[in-house]
Structures are given as structure tokens and as C-alpha cells.
Design a protein around this ligand. Structure first.
Ligand code: SF4
Length: 435
């Protein structure tokens, strides 16, 4: 969990996890590593169900962490089924044998849990090391990343690697913070080249006042031409930034614009409450494994009517029955910004009568009530989509809004006999009656 966010955010989820697994931990009090805990759970008759329940609780609460938890569960099963319950104990084996375990996770587990003298490099360590060594090239470039791992492996304390790594990460999280680092209180400032550079500049400025300025070595002087670790010549040291000149990142690419048509398919449940159809996304890629309303990525600059037709074709192929484009009701647009994608969901709705048989060869799907929808692993964007849909429904059922409708306004969709109401799929497909 701590790989994903900060301690303060994780505490609540961690407590919940500990609560859910409490009955089983008493049976295996020494089981600190997760793999061993899972192994214990597995050996209890109801353990498998409880494990699934525990993970489901976490998935439902933190859907955005789904891929990580999926990988965690998969790795745990691997430990139980393939490795006879024994966790690999070196960074190399952890990375090689467990799916989803990357270089950082492997280094952290091996050094903290098993005392292997191996370094770790996370965002905090990148910042500290780049400042310690005035590394000013793009900190996400392969040359810099390789160099940082080499440094971390050399620096790590051989007798207490876990403590050393945690201390280094903590230094970045609490002292060598991104903005306004506390250099005056820093325990490693004597070794820090960025701090020395700032000190020398201060000394230069004060001595200049007395007419005898010393020469300030330039950080670019260490690189000969195209050093892969030095700041690029186009972005030299900026005195006003001090140590926060480091680390540097390549300019961010602007997010890619994407449009996706999505359809809220709705029916009346057995108690009259609305139910919605959701489908599961593929197990890899963006929002892997999450549930969503049936959706279709659209080409940019597609005409509105074409968008609607393409969505109708998509639903038709999926449901195995005709879906007329005119039956899809446009509700609005929802914007959601992912780190690298500016996503626009073009939201439609389609009320359905009765059940719909979906092609089982396609994505898994299910009908859910509103509460079940919110308890499912759905993305924030889909929650926004449902909100827009509900807002629209409220507006339609509001008598005030309803009275504003112009007299004689045309009904939406062919064959409607009740202006302003949504057509059911059956009503829409019915042959038009003679006027
Ligand atoms: Fe970071 Fe300042 Fe410490 Fe250098 S002296 S490591 S810049 S806090």
C-alpha cells in the first residue's frame, strides 16, 4: 500500500485490512510477511473464502489500487502453490519468481524483511541522491536511473540494509522534501553537493560585498560536453532555486485527448428500483479489470450522429438484437483527467424492458442496483457518469422543470406517444403505428 501513497492515506486501509484478517492472524502470530499470512489462511478450511473476501473489501474500497492488489494476490498464490509457501528471499528471486514484483518492491522486501544488502530507489530516494550528487539530467532517463541504482547499492549499509533503506526514504519524505527542503537540519548535508553549491554561492555573494570574490565552480564544469548525468546546457543551474534545481524531469507531454461513448443501460429490478448493466474491462491496460457501463472508444472529430450510430452498432453486436441509434438518448459529457489522458465520456442512456441476453463470449457483465454499483470496483469516471444520468432523471421527474417544456415540443425518438419520456427498447423497436 505504501508504494501507492503516503502513510497518512494508507492508515485507514491498513487498519481495515488488519481488522478483516484479525481472526486468522491469531492462528499464525509470527506470520509477518504477507505470503506467509496467505499461506496460513489457505490452510484453514474457510480460509480461501475469507482471503477472497478480504481482498474484495480492499478492492471495493480502493478500486484504483486494483492492479496492484491483483498482482499482490497473484504473487501470494504463486508463493503458496508453486513455492510451497516459502517467500523468495533475495531481490533477484523476488523479481524473477513473483508476478508484479518490480525492482523497488523486490529491493524493499529483500532488505527490510530478509536483511539482504541491496539498495532501493523510489521517488524520495531519487530526490535525495540527485541532490547529493547534483545529478541534473532528466531523472527518469535510463542513464540516470541506472546510476541511481548503482549508487543505492553501493551506499546501503551492509549490516543494517533494511534500516538504512527506510532511513533514506524517510529522509526524502520528511527533510529533503520537494519544495523547501530542511537543509539546515539535514544529517547528510556535509556530503551534499547541491547544498555545498548553495553555500559557496552565499559565500561568494557575501565576499563580493568586500571586493574579493572567490571563484564559484560551475556544476556544468564537471560534465564534458554530453555527460548523461549533468544538467543540459539549455537548463543551467538556477541560483534562485537552490538545491531544488534537482532532481529534474523531462517536460511533461500534454495529455492525449480521447473520446469514449458510454451507455447507461437501465431496467426496472424486481422491486421497481432501477438496475444498471456493467461490464468488466480487460485484465490489462488502462483501468484493468474495473467495471464500467458499456463503452466504445471513438475516433476524434467524429460527427455527433456518427458517434451515436457507432455506439448503437456496438451495443447491437453485444446484445444480439437490433439497437436503433435514435433510441439512444444523449445525456451529456463527462470529462475525466487521467495522468496522461484527457478523457471525454459522451454519455447516452437506454432503458430496457425485461432481461437482455448478452454474448457470453464477450466481457463479463452483470446487473447492479445503485448501491451495488457503488460497492463494485468501478472507476471514479463511471461514478461521474452515473451522477450525470441521475441528475438528468431528477430533472425530468421534477414538475417545475417539466412545466418549462415548450408546448408542442417534439417527442424524442420515433414512435413516441408521450412527449419527453424515454422510450424503452421494446417501444422503440415496435413498428410505428399509423397516425
Ligand atoms: Fe537534501 Fe538539503 Fe540534505 Fe542535500 S542538504 S540532502 S538538498 S535536505
Amino acid at each position: 500500500m505504501l508504494q501507492q501513497t503516503q502513510v497518512a492515506t494508507v492508515i485507514d486501509y491498513y487498519n481495515r485490512w488488519m481488522q478483516v484478517t484479525a481472526p486468522y492472524r491469531v492462528l499464525c502470530p509470527q506470520a509477518a510477511p504477507f505470503g506467509e499470512l496467505v499461506h496460513c489462511l489457505w490452510q484453514i478450511p474457510s480460509g480461501r473464502a475469507q482471503l477472497c473476501l478480504s481482498l474484495t473489501c480492499l478492492f471495493a474500497s480502493v478500486p484504483q489500487k486494483w492492479p496492484t492488489l491483483q498482482a499482490l494476490a497473484q504473487a501470494s498464490l504463486e508463493v503458496v502453490s508453486e513455492l510451497a509457501g516459502r517467500m523468495p528471499r533475495t531481490a533477484e528471486d523476488l523479481q524473477k519468481l513473483l508476478p508484479g514484483v518490480g525492482r523497488y518492491t523486490a529491493g524493499a522486501i529483500a532488505s527490510i524483511s530478509y536483511g539482504q544488502a541491496t539498495g532501493v530507489v523510489d521517488g524520495n530516494v531519487i530526490r535525495v541522491l540527485c541532490r547529493l550528487r547534483c545529478i541534473g539530467a532528466d531523472s527518469s532517463s535510463p542513464a540516470v536511473i541506472d546510476q541511481l541504482w548503482d549508487m543505492a547499492n553501493v551506499l546501503v549499509d551492509k549490516s543494517r540494509p533494511g534500516d538504512f533503506n527506510q532511513a533514506l526514504m524517510e529522509l526524502g519524505a520528511t527533510v529533503c522534501v520537494p519544495k523547501a527542503p530542511l537543509c539546515g537540519e539535514c544529517p547528510v548535508k556535509q556530503h551534499c553537493q547541491a547544498w555545498r553549491r548553495v553555500e559557496k554561492e552565499l559565500a561568494f555573494t557575501s565576499q563580493k560585498l568586500f571586493g574579493n570574490p572567490p571563484k564559484v565552480p560551475d556544476v556544468e564544469d564537471c560534465g564534458v560536453g554530453d555527460c548523461p548525468l549533468c544538467p543540459p546546457a539549455t537548463e543551467p543551474w538556477d541560483s534562485s532555486l537552490g538545491v531544488t534545481n534537482f532532481p529534474r524531469k523531462a517536460a511533461k507531454k500534454p495529455p492525449r485527448a480521447m473520446r469514449t461513448a458510454t451507455c447507461v443501460l437501465e431496467r426496472r429490478g424486481c422491486h421497481g428500483a432501477p438496475e444498471y448493466l456493467i461490464v468488466q474491462r480487460p485484465s490489462s491496460g488502462l483501468l484493468a479489470g474495473l467495471w464500467e457501463f458499456p463503452s466504445l472508444p471513438l475516433a476524434q472529430d467524429l460527427q455527433k450522429e456518427r458517434e451515436r450510430e457507432e455506439l448503437a452498432d456496438h451495443l447491437q453486436a453485444w446484445m444480439g438484437r437490433p439497437v436503433a441509434a435514435k433510441g439512444l438518448r444523449f445525456i451529456g459529457e463527462v470529462i475525466h483527467i487521467f495522468s496522461h489522458i484527457h478523457q471525454t465520456y459522451v454519455v447516452y442512456s437506454l432503458p430496457l424492458d425485461g432481461d437482455v441476453t448478452l454474448d457470453p463470449a464477450l466481457s463479463p457483465s452483470r446487473w447492479v442496483t445503485e448501491n451495488e454499483f457503488h460497492a463494485s470496483a468501478v472507476s471514479t469516471a463511471m461514478k461521474k457518469v452515473l451522477k450525470v444520468h441521475e441528475k438528468q432523471r431528477r430533472q425530468e421527474s421534477s414538475p417545475v422543470k417539466g412545466s418549462k417544456r415548450k408546448r408542442g415540443a417534439k417527442a424524442q425518438g420515433a414512435g413516441s406517444t408521450c412527449p419527453g419520456t424515454q422510450l424503452s427498447l421494446h417501444a422503440f423497436l415496435r413498428a410505428p403505428t399509423a397516425p
